[in-house]
Design a protein around this ligand. Structure first.
Ligand SMILES: [Fe+2]
Ligand SMILES: [Fe+2]
Length: 205
């Protein structure tokens, strides 16, 4: 079978759906590489900064890596702004949706809310922005993690002179994350808080 014969889903046979499922599984194997390609497309977006969104993304991941952060954190830092391409008004939620089945709940939450937390750094300069929008998340167990994520990796990563690692450096980490069993409890680790920094790991990098 090269293609199914139905034109309406309700007419599909078991054989056809098994065929499509096999296709879908093969498709999901390449998610990591598709995401990295999309990240390169970020390079065309949001001019005006001293570095592109791709540069910002890779710089954020580089800082996370050099802080000794684990793979979940590094890949989350790398992809945290991937939503800028298609979802400029909720780019954080967009990125979190991509990451959610494959990284710790802690990381997903920080990516999902980083837009609100980032306002601390610029909200006071602009009309109609709430600089302290992050306060609506106060009390969440990951509040301090997101504050640190933004302070150390996100807001700090607009420096054209920083020694940023190449995107390729992160490819295998992204592949590893997206090859995980989606929504596996051992991956999501509900409620677990892993520090963003690890001095011992950082020392060996
Ligand atoms: Fe962002
Ligand atoms: Fe960012």
């Amino acid at each position: 079978m090269e293609k199914v014969s139905f034109t309406q889903m309700k007419d599909g046979t078991r054989e056809e759906y098994e065929f499509l499922t096999a296709h879908e599984i093969d498709h999901t194997r390449h998610t990591a590489d598709r995401l990295l390609t999309a990240l390169v497309e970020l390079d065309n977006s949001l001019s005006g900064y001293q570095i592109t969104r791709l540069g910002h993304s890779v710089q954020s991941a580089t800082r996370a890596w050099r802080d000794g952060a684990d793979t979940d954190w590094v890949v989350s830092a790398l992809l945290h702004d991937i939503g800028d391409i298609y979802a400029p008004y909720n780019h954080d939620e967009y990125a979190a949706t991509i990451l959610k089945p494959f990284v710790r709940e802690q990381c997903t939450w920080c990516v999902q809310t980083h837009g609100d937390f980032q306002m601390l750094y610029y909200g006071h300069h602009l009309e109609g922005f709430d600089q302290h929008k992050r306060e609506r998340h106060r009390g969440n167990p990951y509040f301090d993690d997101c504050a640190e994520f933004c302070e150390r990796w996100d807001q700090a990563s607009f420096d054209p002179d920083y020694d940023t690692l190449p995107l390729e450096f992160f490819r295998e980490m992204v592949r590893e994350v997206f090859a995980r069993t989606p929504y596996d409890a051992a991956v999501i680790r509900k409620g677990d808080r892993v520090p963003l920094t690890d001095a011992v790991a950082a020392g060996g990098r």
